[in-house]
Design a binder for this molecule. Sequence first.
Ligand SMILES: *Cc1c(COP(=O)(O)O)cnc(C)c1O
Length: 408
Amino acid sequence: MALINEHFLKLADNYLFSDIAKKVSSYKVMNPKAKVISLGIGDVTRPLPKSVCDAMHQAVNEMSDAKTFRGYGPDHGYSFLVEAIIKNEYATRGITLDANEVFVSDGAKSDTGNIGDILKRDNCVGITDPVYPVYIDTNVMAGRTGIFEDNKWSNIVYIPCTAENGFIPDLPPRRVDILYLCYPNNPTGTTLSKEELKKWVDYALKSDILILFDAAYERYIQDPEIPHSIYEIKGAKKVAIEFRSFSKTAGFTGIRCGYTIVPKELNGYSLAGKKVPLNNLWNRRQSTKFNGTSYITQRGAEAIYSSEGATQVKENIDYYMTNANILKNGLLETGIEVFGGDNAPYIWVKTPDNTPSWKFFEQLLFNTQIVGTPGVGFGPSGEGYFRFTAFGTRENTEEALCRLKKWI
Ligand SMILES: *Cc1c(COP(=O)(O)O)cnc(C)c1O
């Protein structure tokens, strides 16, 4: 008799985007002629950059010839990609990294979810609220979160980020051991300045806290003052793991490639109080449970660092950020309160008259045939907010804005 991990039962039917998909598909059944526009799920729509495709074609050719065929690759990524990441993403910002501090993977969702494998169940977890649901759900699976009451897990420390505090999280009200930060933020589209991020690094240094920093959207930063990596802050290598992804950067949501930085000077503690480098543990975890990202994928990822690749990636980012601008400015004209969208592909709006997020979702779908994401799906502080993405086509973004203006 196989006993199950009962923590999974707490999550049953709790996945935000499947709830949305169900509501949208039943609307479509009832209204088969409606032209529904989705500015909901956070997925890109632009095709892969040409240089990425060329590199992948070339890699396929290599795989078809016995002389250049490759089987299992290095667990943590081919050195051509690791070196390109270090050189282009970090050295340019004055951050030095060793090759064995970079772990290439199949994406940031797996890594932000799997990182819990190397951490004891009894850690107290802090999260900014609202945030990417993966952090909480994977901690639920690990049994770290306690019970769910009033839309909150009893053992999670929620750090609210709302219009009231300008979406700048205050230090947690009680001690945490692990803290998730996601900047630029999904879903609010807001960022932290260097000083604000420094506040967190200093706090983590002082209180021995591990920061899990998700920088999946760093490419969308337009303001040169905003940090792209937490390691731009002095001392951060002692307290932080950083997650990055090619998904939003270069359209790899369907190709799958990301990487995680675990600095060698970052330690966890054994129960006896002994310091243990987290790099060793993550290395051991990955080489046991993960067999590497495909060669073809890694060649594609490497190509974003060629000069044509970099230009093509920037064109796509500019396209989405123009959408963000159009949407944000258009919505501001209607008098709605709008946040984010300047350094991230997300627009976070306050629902008119404090309409609950799900009610607004339905009003919007029924009146304008636009799908967005209810803010409360990202956590209790998201109630009364709503997320639009800038990942649609230009045409759909403009059409959606037109409908929204008419309706509001
Ligand atoms: C989209 C997203 C990721 C992405 O992940 P991949 O698994 O690399 O596609 C990670 N973190 C956040 C906050 C995201 O929105």
